[in-house]
Design a protein around this ligand. Structure first.
Ligand code: DX5
Ligand code: ZN
Length: 218
């Protein structure tokens, strides 16, 4: 079970300190939300900032690309030092090809689906991916509420992973906090993204400890 705090909710005027603070607090990954103003309404960060984060981070960079035609930027984000590169199934006509190109760069390849995208979209890519990311909010902004029917999708993807029998991480992103992380884990998730649920709290260590205690109590 891994916690991946999303830096979208961090204070960008002191990003280096924020990163150190979540590492000290026990974060397993750092989740980096890349948005292009087309796939989602918001615009956030590009490879230049990812490269800067890589210089100060000592945990893996979990890079979530919410961009159209992500194939155009795989090399740039790989060069910037991403460890996991996740693309949206809805954002490319050539999902298999983009997943292969991420793996050819020696990175872990993730595929994400939006709340209204059915899990069967993932069926034919199960043999190639290292991570599946289920969105439990509509991508674009942090601080939104968890969409309850994501639970059923997590359960379905967990069975699909068990069926293929490959080591695929099942990550969930959006609206996860100390008070609902257990329910998400029970459905079968093993990587938990949390933006406002970590950075919006006064003591990151206390929060991540509380999340891990919830996970340990299952
Ligand atoms: C949403 C992003 C999320 C977001 C999560 O588009 O992909 O990673 O930062 O933030 P919270 O945990 O506040 O919903
Ligand atoms: Zn994200």
């Amino acid at each position: 079970m891994k916690i991946s705090p999303s830096i979208l909710s961090a204070d960008f005027t002191k990003l280096s300190k924020e990163l150190k603070d979540i590492e000290t607090a026990g974060a397993d990954y750092v989740h980096i939300d890349v948005m292009d103003g087309r796939f989602v309404p918001n615009i956030t960060i590009g490879p230049f900032i990812v490269e800067a984060i890589k210089r100060v981070a000592s945990i893996p960079l979990d890079v979530h690309l919410m961009i159209e035609e992500p194939e155009r930027y795989v090399d740039a984000f790989a060069d910037a030092g991403s460890d996991i590169i996740t693309v949206h199934a809805e954002a490319t006509k050539h999902l298999h090809k983009v997943v292969q190109s991420i793996k050819e760069r020696g990175k872990l390849a993730g595929v994400s689906i939006n709340p209204a995208t059915p899990v069967n979209t993932l069926e034919d890519i199960m043999n190639d991916v290292d991570l599946i990311l289920i969105m439990s909010v509509n991508p674009g902004f942090s601080g939104q509420g968890f969409i309850p029917y994501a639970i059923r999708k997590i359960e379905q993807v967990r069975s699909m992973i068990n069926e293929v029998g490959r080591p695929i991480e099942l990550e969930v992103d959006g609206g996860i906090k100390v008070n609902n992380i257990k329910e998400v884990a029970r459905a079968g998730a093993d990587v938990f993204v949390s933006g406002s649920g970590v950075f919006g709290t006064p003591d990151y260590k206390k929060t991540i400890d509380a999340m891990k205690a919830e996970l340990a109590s299952i």
